[in-house]
Unconditional design. Sequence first.
Length: 224
Amino acid sequence: MMKNKLASREEIMSKFFDGMTLMVGGFACSGVPRELIELVIESGVKDITLISNDAGDPDLCQGRFYHAGIVKECWHSHVGLNPEFGELAKEGKFKLHITPQGTLVEKIRCGGVGAGGILLRAGMGTGCDFTKERETVTVDGKEWFIETPLHADIALVRARRADVYGNLTYRGNMDNYNSTMAMAADCTIVQADHICDIEEIPMDTVRTPGVFVNYILDEQRRYI
């Protein structure tokens, strides 16, 4: 029997905990679940590990986590839009992993589908700092990085439309990371622009099936 997955702010905040690994979807403040980010901060948790494409802007989107001082470790592919993040990183306030964008999403996808990892060559031979923490393997005479999966305790996802059973659609680049992260966490929590009944979303337009979704914030607020 399908379950209605709408949840209150209080119920959602009760799922957050100190030391959790958190995935946050979106790209450069587009398609970011801002309401859910605020609930994380409001819950008072600390020492989180954050996995997201970027570090947001100063005190905006994912940048809210850094402004609040609750990140102990992070995985990003782009951090240049947030000078506040840069200052905190220089001070050693958290452990930072910088990963090429395509590599990062592949690591998350592996975490979602249960794969043990993937072999990639991005950065090979460049001497960049991000290559130093990666193991290598030789296949057919070529050296490859072993990129291991990333998995989270909780994924925060932004959708364009959600029915009450968790089937999701996205609009444009809102799909960046959101649909992949929805598969790669023990608990997926959704902020949707529009919440509707199941018959209002054609099944052939569903990008994330409801089986991957645990909770939907029972509010409808739109951010462009």
